[in-house]
Ligand binder design. Structure first.
Ligand code: GDP
Ligand code: GDP
Length: 497
C-alpha cells in the first residue's frame, strides 16, 4: 500500500507565502468619518488598491480592496466606504444593506471603528445592531480610533473603553489610524484569529475555496467554537502512546473525515469522542515506526516541539514503571517538552501509563505522589496541571484522559467578560495585603484581550509597577476564582497615567 502523508500547515503561518486568493478578508466598518479610509490607507500603504463602484439605488458606492500588511500578517482588506454615502444621506444602512451584506458575505473578519473623541454615537449603536442582524457570526474587533487625542493623561481612554464596551462586541483596542498608534494591538488581536482561520483553510485541502468563501455568507464566518481540538500525544518511545490511541479508537470506533478508514497513514488522524471531533497532530511519526525501528529510548525534542506548535492540548505520556524505578519522575527530555508546552501557551495533560505494572501499594503510592510533586516543581508558574493515571493496555483510564483533554481545551478557549473581571479585580485587590500602602499597585482595569490561551491586560496607574509577585498573585487568583487550573495564563501589564 502506498502511504500518503499530507502536508500539514502549522503555526506560525507564513502569510507572505499564502496565495492571495486564500487570504482572509477583513472589512473595515463604521459610521462616516470614524477613519476607515485612513486605516485602509495605512494598512495597504502604498500598495495598489482596487476600486470598484457598485451603482445601486441612485448612490454610487466605492468599495476599495487591497492587500493589507500588518507586521508579518497579510490579509485582504475592504474599506466599506459605501456605508458612508448612505449614512450621510440620511437613512443609514437601509439602502445600503443589500450591498453591504454582500460585501460582508465575502469577509470573515471585521474591524468595527468608532471615533473615540466623539464617544459612542447613536449611529455606532445602529451599525452594531445592523451587524448583529446581518453578520451575526462575523469575527469582529472593535477599534477606538483617533485615540492619540486621549493620551494626554486625562485617563479618559479607560472611560472610553468602558463606554465602547457597551456595543457588546467585546473589548475594544485603542488605535490611531493617523499616527499609527496601537497598530501593535490591532496586530495582536487579529493575529490569533487570522492564524487559526488560515490554518483551517490551508489544512482543508481541495474544496477550501468553496467551503470557506461561499457567496451566500453562510459559511464565511468561522467562530472559534468551530475550531476543532488539536491534540498531540507525545512521549518517549514505548511509553504506550500507540496503545492508548488504539484503545481510544477502538472504543469510539468512529473515524470521521475525508480519508476513508483509519487514517494512520496521514498525519491528521482524527476521531470522535463523545460527539466531539479530535484531531491528532503528528501521530504518523511514531505510529509508522515498527518496534525494530524505534531506536534509542529518547524523545525527539525537535520533532516534538513541532507538534507542540500545531496542537492546542498536549498529552504527555509517561511510563509508570520507569518512574517507580528512578529517582526522578520525568527524564530530562520530558521536562523540556513539558516546559515548552507551557511556555508556548498550550494546554498540558500528563498521562502516567502502565499503572498495572506497579506491584504493591507502596510503589503505587510512590508514583501517585511523586509525579504531581515533580510537575509542580518543574513548572511552579502553572498550578493544577491535570495528571491522569491509566493502563492503556488494560483499557483503563483512557476516557479520563479525554475528559481532561477536553476540559483543558475548554478552559484554554474561555473568555471572561470585562465586567466580570473588573468586579473580580476589586475583590481580589482587597483580599491581598501588601506590606504598606505604597507597595500596592493600582490596577485600575482588567480585561481579557484574547483566548487560546487566556491573555489579560492589567492597566496600572501610578508609580508602582506590577512586580513579578503581583502578577503571580493575580494569576493564581484568576485560576482559583475562574477555575482555570493547569492553563498557561498570560497577564500583560500596561501603565496608564
Ligand atoms: P471614513 O469616513 O470612516 O473613511 O473616515 P476617514 O478616514 O475619511 O477619516 C475622517 C476624518 O478623520 C479625516 O479628516 C481624517 O483625517 C480623520 N482621522 C482619521 N483617523 C484619525 C486619527 O487616528 N486621528 C485623528 N485625529 N484623526 C483621524
Ligand atoms: P509507543 O512507542 O509510545 O507508541 O508505545 P507502544 O504503545 O508501542 O507500547 C510499548 C509497549 O508497552 C508495548 O509492548 C505495549 O504493549 C506496552 N504497553 C503499553 N501500554 C501499557 C500498559 O498500560 N501496561 C502495560 N503493562 N504495558 C503497556
Amino acid at each position: 500500500t502506498t502511504k500518503t502523508i499530507r502536508r500539514v500547515y502549522q503555526t506560525p503561518v507564513d502569510f507572505t507565502k499564502v496565495n492571495k486568493n486564500l487570504l482572509p478578508t477583513v472589512v473595515l466598518i463604521g459610521r462616516p468619518n470614524v477613519g476607515k479610509s485612513a486605516l485602509f490607507n495605512r494598512l495597504i500603504r502604498r500598495r495598489e488598491a482596487l476600486v470598484y463602484n457598485t451603482p445601486n439605488d441612485h448612490v454610487t458606492r466605492d468599495i476599495r480592496e487591497g492587500i493589507a500588511k500588518l507586521g508579518d500578517l497579510r490579509f485582504k482588506v475592504l474599506d466599506s466606504a459605501g456605508l458612508e454615502t448612505a449614512a450621510s444621506s440620511g437613512s443609514i444602512l437601509d439602502r445600503t444593506s443589500g450591498m453591504t451584506a454582500s460585501v460582508l458575505a465575502r469577509c470573515q473578519f471585521a474591524v468595527f471603528l468608532i471615533d473615540v473623541r466623539a464617544g459612542l454615537h447613536p449611529l455606532d449603536l445602529e451599525v452594531g445592531r445592523w451587524l448583529r442582524k446581518h453578520a451575526p457570526g462575523i469575527n469582529l474587533v472593535v477599534a477606538m480610533n483617533k485615540s492619540e487625542s486621549l493620551l494626554d493623561g486625562s485617563g479618559s481612554l479607560m472611560a472610553a473603553a468602558a463606554e465602547t464596551y457597551r456595543l457588546g462586541f467585546g473589548d475594544p483596542i485603542a488605535i490611531s489610524a493617523e499616527t499609527g498608534l496601537g497598530m501593535q494591538d490591532l496586530y495582536g488581536s487579529l493575529k490569533p484569529k487570522l492564524e487559526d482561520y488560515m490554518l483551517q483553510v490551508l489544512n482543508n485541502e481541495e474544496g477550501t475555496e468553496e467551503t470557506n468563501f461561499s457567496e451566500d455568507g453562510s459559511s464565511c464566518e468561522l467562530e472559534e467554537s468551530k475550531l476543532q481540538l488539536q491534540l498531540a500525544i507525545v512521549g518517549r518511545p514505548n511509553v504506550g502512546k500507540s496503545t492508548l490511541l488504539n484503545t481510544l479508537l477502538q472504543e469510539e470506533r468512529v473515524l470521521v473525515g475525508p480519508e476513508a478508514g483509519l487514517t494512520r497513514d496521514s498525519i491528521r488522524a482524527q476521531f470522535e469522542f463523545q460527539g466531539r471531533t479530535i484531531y491528532l497532530v503528528d501521530t504518523a511519526g511514531w505510529l509508522q515506526r515498527t518496534k525494530m525501528e524505534k531506536g534509542p529510548a529518547s524523545l525527539s525534542i525537535v520533532q516534538t516541539r513541532k507538534s507542540l506548535m500545531r496542537a492546542h492540548v498536549i498529552a504527555l505520556v509517561l511510563d509508570a514503571e520507569e518512574i517507580a524505578n528512578s529517582r526522578r519522575s520525568l527524564k530530562h527530555d520530558e521536562v523540556v517538552i513539558a516546559r515548552q508546552a507551557v511556555e508556548e501557551g498550550r494546554g498540558l495533560v500528563v498521562v502516567v501509563n502502565k499503572m498495572d505494572l506497579l506491584r504493591g501499594k507502596q510503589l503505587y503510592d510512590k508514583v501517585m505522589e511523586a509525579v504531581p510533586q515533580e510537575i509542580q516543581t518543574i513548572m511552579p508558574q502553572v498550578t493544577g496541571i491535570p495528571i491522569v493515571f491509566i493502563s492503556a493496555l488494560e483499557g483503563r483510564g483512557h476516557a479520563a484522559v479525554m475528559h481532561q483533554v477536553i476540559d483543558t481545551y475548554e478552559k484554554w478557549c474561555s473568555r471572561l467578560s470585562t465586567a466580570r473581571l473588573n468586579r473580580w479585580l476589586r475583590k481580589v485587590m482587597s483580599r491581598h495585603s501588601w506590606k504598606d500602602q505604597a507597595a500596592q499597585p493600582k490596577v485600575k482595569y482588567f480585561t481579557q484581550v484574547k483566548a487560546r490561551p487566556p491573555t489579560f491586560v492589567a492597566f496600572v496607574s501610578g508609580k508602582k509597577e506590577l512586580s513579578e509577585t503581583d502578577i503571580r498573585f493575580l494569576k493564581r487568583s484568576l485560576k482559583e476564582d475562574f477555575d482555570l487550573g493547569g492553563i498557561p495564563i498570560r497577564i500583560m501589564p500596561r501603565t496608564i497615567e
